[in-house]
Design a binder for this molecule. Structure first.
Ligand code: NAG
Ligand code: NAG
Ligand code: NAG
Length: 485
């Protein structure tokens, strides 16, 4: 029943890709600059490759990530510098000599000898930092550690490369000074200026297994981070489409964790309040969240295990016509029932309704409905470890097709049966892992609803109505008989 609209954008072509022998390298990197923006759960990395073709007719360029880097990379794209459309990228897997993981980028135009191009690889890394120390008292700052490889890997020779690591605060506790790099540097091997630590420039780097074994080394940066390190352990989103009520209901069950250092000793609310007052060390305690919901939201609700949480606030914006470029959204401010400290968890449910016509379109020529459902509502700075999105279609919907904005982990089709349904409603369930602030697209689902299915609901409602009526009638008769006695 499920048919995919397109193949995955990333094709796993093969586990082993050829490494080039030195003599025949098709490219060289005139320069590589990598910028790492340190965060909590998310670390954004942007790497610019200034490439030059050494052989004629080049149509693909290979980017190499170290294996550790690939493992923590949850999102990436490659663009020509200054352009907005991402290039097609195929994952080739590990290279022959097992140095790293290769991505093959299709170039927008063929490069002749000496032809140059600037490519930008953007990635988001998740679970790439950890609290250090792992436990801290309420009065101590939140310190995190981030690790990376010193040299940027590439299958081609690199004339010069440097890595900039930026912290949001200049308060950096420590950073690694590389060793054995004298043959690659002209000045220092590392410098710090404000909140930025620069490794390099390093000159004339040619990666191979010998180089890796001899010179590649881990670097780590130990820094202050003044925001909560948020991990959504699980997100269960249910989107229920009701033609009958002309409504789209979206409900999220969220299991949130503050992955900062675990609290050492007891939590003092008084201390927390005075810290908040002086804006000291309290920003890594989660005490409120601001979410952007679609315009036209009604009936927003928020509850946890203990019932409704009244300390939330919704600023609505009116709904907008589908397809119009609305930058408007409703703002939902949530306050958890208690401040969520490092190592603490908080489970809650939020839900809201929007008018169905804001997200569905209907093509009268073929009778196909097309609906867009956002994969998630972004929680700023948070990684979503496991997400499941269930889209419940109207009863009797057929010819269901869907397209995910990025590859899903799995997809299934099930039937969801609720009160007053006769045959149950088809549901599409998609699972995802390690979602970041870049995973913001829509899942598009198309379906048809046969005319007979449109009639089923009224019929089952009237059947239910009739049975209540019949029961009341019977009851009255019984009642009458009793009175007669
Ligand atoms: C490429 O550049 C080099 C150095 O500038 C030059 O010697 C060579 O002739 C150029 N090759 C082509 C095909 O233009
Ligand atoms: C929670 O709030 C909703 C709407 O605001 C209300 O309908 C519901 O009865 C409340 N539930 C409890 C347990 O207070
Ligand atoms: C929070 O959840 C994690 C598992 O996700 C668990 O290991 C930890 O003990 C929980 N913390 C508390 C304070 O309950």
């Amino acid at each position: 029943m499920i048919r995919r609209w397109r193949t995955l954008p990333l094709l796993l072509v093969g586990a082993l890709a050829p490494t080039f022998s030195l003599a025949s390298l098709p490219f060289e990197n005139t320069a590589i600059v990598r910028s790492i923006e340190l965060g909590g759960s998310l670390v954004h990395v942007s790497t610019t490759y200034a490439v030059k073709a050494l052989q004629p007719g080049q149509t693909t360029y290979q980017i190499m990530l170290s294996k550790a880097e690939r493992a923590k990379t949850s999102w990436f794209d490659v663009k020509v510098k200054g352009q907005t459309v991402p290039l097609e990228v195929a994952e080739l897997g590990e290279d022959e000599s097992s140095i790293g993981h290769l991505l093959s980028v299709s170039l927008p135009k063929e490069l002749a000898v000496n032809g140059t191009l600037n490519l930008v690889l953007e990635t988001v890394q998740t679970h790439a930092t950890h609290p250090y120390p792992e436990r801290a008292t309420q009065k101590e700052p939140q310190l995190l550690k981030y690790e990376a490889d010193l040299f940027i890997t590439s299958p081609y020779a690199t004339l010069v490369q440097r890595t900039k690591v930026r912290s949001s605060s200049p308060n950096v506790v420590s950073y690694t000074t590389p060793h054995d790099v004298d043959s690659f540097v002209k000045d220092g091997s590392v410098t710090k200026s404000g909140a930025t630590i620069t490794y390099g420039p390093y000159y004339n780097i040619q990666m191979d297994a010998v180089f890796i074994a001899k010179y590649q080394q881990p670097i780590s940066v130990h820094y202050n981070f003044d925001h909560a390190v948020l991990e959504v352990k699980t997100l269960r989103r249910t989107a229920e489409i009701s033609h009958w009520g002309s409504n789209l209901n979206i409900e999220d069950d969220i299991y949130l964790r503050n992955a900062g250092p675990t609290l050492k000793g007891h939590f003092s609310r008084l201390e927390h309040q005075s810290q908040s007052y002086f804006r000291k060390f309290s920003s890594h305690i989660l005490s409120d969240l601001t979410l952007h919901l679609p315009p036209g939201v009604t009936n927003a609700y928020y509850y946890d295990q203990n019932g409704n949480v009244s300390t939330s606030h919704l600023r609505k914006t009116p709904s907008v016509a589908k397809g119009s470029k609305a930058s408007q959204y409703s703002v939902l401010e949530l306050k958890p029932r208690y401040p969520v400290l490092g190592g603490w968890n908080y489970s809650y449910t939020i839900g809201f309704d929007t008018p169905l016509e804001d997200s569905v379109s209907y093509d009268a020529n073929n009778g196909i409905y097309n609906i867009g459902i956002p994969v998630m509502t972004l929680i700023p700075g948070a990684v979503v470890d496991d997400a499941e999105v269930k889209i419940i279609l109207p009863e009797g919907a057929t010819n269901v097709e869907f397209i995910s904005p990025f590859p899903e982990l799995s997809s299934t089709m099930s039937t969801h049966i609720t009160y007053l349904d006769t045959t149950g409603r088809p549901a599409v369930i998609l699972a995802y892992k390690d979602l970041t602030d870049k995973h913001t697209g829509m899942i598009y689902v198309s379906y048809q609803v046969p005319f007979s299915a449109h009639l089923k609901k009224p019929l089952s409602v009237s059947a239910a109505f009739f049975s209540v009526f019949a029961f009341a009638f019977m009851a009255r008769r019984v009642d009458l008989r009793l009175h007669k006695k």
